[in-house]
Design a protein around this ligand. Structure first.
Ligand code: GLU
Length: 420
């Protein structure tokens, strides 16, 4: 049941590299990916395991397992979020770090890839415990972090407030006042306008740039798996732009109404009751069923390994927009490709988050503050450009969008390696 996401990530790498070896390419400057590049990417440059002692409210001390994986800094400082989740382990963090290397290359921003994590259910900690854990995580890892070395951000289970605790702890330890060693901070604490919504909004920008090419009409229907930060913002933006959101889910269950849901009504209900059960004017469905609904667009916005060889045959959506990292396995990719389902891959679809992290880092270093309008304008330009570049590669190569995105990323990484 527990597929290793890093093995899937390596399979994706091998599949994209194979396109080159089979001689399908050769028009660009890069004729072939070097064995050196592929060997470097197959293994993270550095992995750090830490034991994090935290004083709990009852006076006892609990030790949490923490990780930071620095996958590649070929194109710039390591960059990537920190996940707080009870299932997080080193294999997951390693895969997520690998995807960050590819994602920052796809976005064309001067960063490499990294990721961190703590095996913890943050919902079970008090606010004080969560703050002590966040600060202790930074104390354990401060020597390897920094605005020019490794720049964390939020991910599943972490928030702007947590980033603020971390940035503050980092400043206490190192005296660095730029606050650029962490991104995704609250706007009032030198965060960027638009960063919190950036992954969801960016997903819409990518979709909007490709919509006509993917054969989707405006006002199409969609289902969103996950109403955490990413899924909730995505659902809102699609709704604001005239799309019909028919299903939403949290980690326990989903709500479905083929005539459309009010996204804000669902989110408010969840906030008030902590569950989607009892939400009127919709049917309760499971997360498994949500993936198989007859919709135009399916947005997985939760965790890895959701669409697999077991259920890919039954997916009815025309387009899958991957706002989660790694939601589709390589075997499922093949099945979906044969069935004519387009998968807009995570490393493109959810790159809006890290792109605005880059804007935040830049603003911090230059002591600037950009308006939300400015941030989203820049984000749309960046994502639309990269989405179209990947789409034209996809056409030329007659492959899937994931391989096309990998090829674009690998070319940029190969160039960085040669310039080294
Ligand atoms: N955690 C987000 C991701 O998976 C954002 C990372 C960042 O902003 O550095 O892309």
């Amino acid at each position: 049941m527990h597929a290793n996401p890093f093995e899937n990530a390596l399979k994706q790498l091998a599949r994209a590299a194979r396109l080159y070896r089979n001689g399908i390419f050769g028009q660009g400057k890069v004729k072939k990916f070097s064995t050196e590049l592929l060997a470097r990417l197959a293994q993270p440059e550095r992995e750090i395991n830490v034991a994090i002692p935290v004083r709990m409210d009852d006076g006892s001390v609990r030790i949490f397992d923490g990780y930071r994986v620095q996958h590649s800094n070929l194109r710039g400082p390591y960059k990537g979020g920190i996940r707080f989740h009870h299932d997080t382990d080193i294999n997951e963090v390693r895969a997520l770090a690998f995807w960050m290397t590819l994602k920052t290359a796809v976005a064309g921003i001067p960063f490499g890839g990294g990721k961190g994590g703590v095996t913890v259910d943050p919902k079970k900690l008090s606010r004080g415990e969560l703050e002590r854990l966040s600060r202790a995580f930074v104390r354990a890892l401060a020597p390897v972090l920094g605005a020019r070395a490794d720049i964390p951000a939020p991910d599943v289970g972490t928030t702007p407030e947590i980033m603020e605790w971390m940035a503050d702890e980092y400043k206490e330890i190192t005296g660095d006042k730029t606050r650029a060693a962490f991104t995704g901070k609250p706007v009032a604490y030198s965060g960027s306008e638009g960063r919190n919504a950036a992954t969801g909004v960016g997903g819409f920008f990518v979709f909007d740039a490709l919509r006509a090419s993917l054969g989707i009409t405006k006002g199409a229907t969609l289902a969103v798996q996950g109403i955490g930060n990413v899924g909730a913002h995505a659902a809102r933006v699609f709704e604001e732009n005239g799309y019909k959101v028919v299903a939403l889910s949290d980690s326990k269950s989903g709500v479905y109404n083929p005539n459309g849901l009010s996204v804000s009504a669902v989110l408010e209900y969840k906030k008030k009751h902590g569950t989607l059960h009892g939400f009127s004017s919709a049917r309760i469905i499971s997360n498994e069923k949500l993936l198989l609904l007859p919709v135009d667009v399916l947005i997985p916005a939760a965790l890895e390994n959701q669409i697999t060889k077991q259920n890919a045959h039954a997916v009815k959506a025309k387009v899958i927009l991957e706002l989660a990292n790694g939601p589709t396995t390589p075997e499922a990719d093949d099945i979906l490709f044969r069935r004519g389902t387009s998968v807009v891959p995570d490393i493109l679809a959810n790159a809006g988050g890290v792109a605005v992290s880059y804007f935040e880092w830049k603003q911090n270093l230059k002591k600037e503050h950009w308006s939300e309008k400015e941030v989203f304008r820049k984000l749309r330009v960046l994502l639309a450009r990269e989405a179209r570049a990947i789409f034209s590669r996809f056409r030329a190569l007659k492959t899937d969008l994931r391989r096309a995105a990998f090829v674009v990323a690998l070319e940029r990484l190969e160039k960085a390696l040669r310039e080294k």
